[in-house]
Design a protein around this ligand. Structure first.
Ligand code: GUN
Ligand code: ZN
Length: 430
């Protein structure tokens, strides 16, 4: 029942500006929090009297935005970020599968879970949909640390019965482990579970069918997988399922396309598949740095928009090259330029916050700093570097936000708050 307040410039985009959603902005604002939830978000002048006596933390020159939502990231790949050379399938074989095999060691998983969540917080990311590894204990490791930090994290054990010898499960073990992990973790604290078949190529038909059955049996868990990222991958899926309409259709056959499904990448997707995703209410994680790093291709945001498919932003580390959602938005802008559209910074902020939250089915709880929502937020520093300071001095809100989108990264994050509590501060901002 303790009230606390934060005074700074406030900015939030709870609904999609592409659909007419309003920009909520207060140049001198007050964010009031009680028991981890937002009580008020408004102009300081309007709220100061009502909340007189409430202790206020003042961040002059800083901007509070909702915490960033990373819609697709692999915590066990943290140490393999920036691995040279190949495109998707060879990169997985050479760099990723050997690294993930190390998570058979619980001590290693515990260490990386902490390192990973530290990276999220340093970058202003307060929620994420996370791939673990095939090992059930890799999920335990992540959820234990996330629970202790009260973070809204969704994850799941990777199903991959057709994976390499060193990194695979069986249909029966995959199902049993998933059931046990859902029972143990789903809904505990702020944690959620996602049934996580790696992609079509690493699961048998029987395991894909099982994933569909698990999804049906647990009506509030997510489905998290990869879709249509790379031409070699897509050709291999088509070779195995020659009579499927496309890659998405394979998931559809196994009951994996629905309103709780989140598909990472979707770089090479037909209008048929986009229309089907829209009809089903599925979401896409747009992973710009990963798609550029692996040479996968250019995601077509305008195509997804034309069909009305939900989109959020994913860093996809280790194929992604940064944990920073700001940096990822900068690359998303460049992908748009190559596609002939320019991503507006308010829209970008929406995709990185409320849009991501809606994609993960938690848009009622986080993403907009609306009264009643959970108070996960970031204190951004528009003058974080000498260049940013010059570029943003005297600039309009739109211009400042765009400069942060193009030039910003972890350095622009002064503080990160989880449920109203400070979880990270940049060294010089302590
Ligand atoms: N497709 C299947 N597994 C992976 C992975 O670990 N990373 C990416 N980027 N794509 C995948
Ligand atoms: Zn991925």
């Amino acid at each position: 029942m303790t009230l606390t307040a934060f005074r700074a410039e406030l900015l939030s985009v709870p609904e999609d500006p592409a659909g007419g959603g309003e920009i909520r902005h207060h140049a001198d604002g007050l964010l009031v929090v009680e028991d981890g939830h937002v009580v008020a978000f408004g102009a300081y002048a309007d709220l100061a009297e009502r909340f007189a006596g409430v202790p206020v933390t003042h961040f002059p020159g800083k901007t509070i935005v909702p915490g960033f939502v990373d819609c697709h990231v692999h915590y066990p790949q943290t140490d393999r970020i920036a691995s040279h050379g190949e495109q998707l399938l060879e990169w997985l074989d050479r760099h990723i599968f050997p690294e993930e095999a190390r998570f058979a060691d619980r001590t290693h998983a515990d260490l990386l879970a902490g390192v990973f969540l530290d990276e999220l917080l340093r970058n202003g990311t307060t929620s994420a949909l996370v791939f673990a590894t095939v090992h059930a204990q890799s999920v335990d490791a992540l959820f234990e640390v996330a629970l202790a930090r009260d973070m809204r994290i969704i994850s799941g054990k990777v199903l991959m019965d057709q994976g390499p010898l060193t990194l695979h499960d069986t249909v029966d073990d995959g199902r049993a482990d998933t059931e046990a992990l859902i029972a143990k973790w789903h809904g505990r604290g702020r944690l959620g579970y996602a049934v996580t078949p790696r992609f079509v190529l690493t699961s048998s038909d029987a395991q894909l069918a099982d994933a569909g059955a698990l999804l049906k049996a647990h009506p509030d868990v997510l489905l998290h997988t990869h879709l249509a990222e790379n031409h070699g991958e897509i050709a291999a899926v088509a070779a195995r399922f020659p009579d499927a309409a496309d890659y998405l259709d394979v998931y559809d056959r196994f009951g994996l396309v629905g309103p709780r499904s989140v598909f990472a990448h979707c770089v090479h997707v037909s209008d048929r598949a986009m229309a089907r995703m829209a009809e089903a209410g599925s979401g896409i994680a747009f992973c710009a740095t990963s798609n550029l790093f692996l040479g996968s291709g250019l995601f077509d945001l305008a195509q997804a928009d034309a069909h009305g498919v939900k989109v959020g932003i994913g860093t996809d580390v280790g194929a992604g090259t940064s944990f920073s959602i700001l940096a990822t938005l900068g690359e998303a802008y460049k992908v748009g330029q190559l596609r002939g559209t320019s991503l507006d910074p308010f829209r970008a902020l929406y995709l990185a916050t409320a849009g991501g939250a809606k994609t993960l089915g938690i848009g009622d709880r986080i993403g907009g700093l609306q009264p009643g929502q959970e108070a996960d937020f970031v204190v951004l520093d528009p003058a974080a570097t000498p260049l940013l300071a010059r570029r943003t001095a005297g600039a309009s809100l739109h211009d400042r936000l765009f400069a942060l989108q193009i030039l910003g990264d972890d350095r622009a994050v002064a503080h990160t708050y989880i449920a109203g509590n400070r979880a990270y501060s940049r060294q010089d901002s302590l």
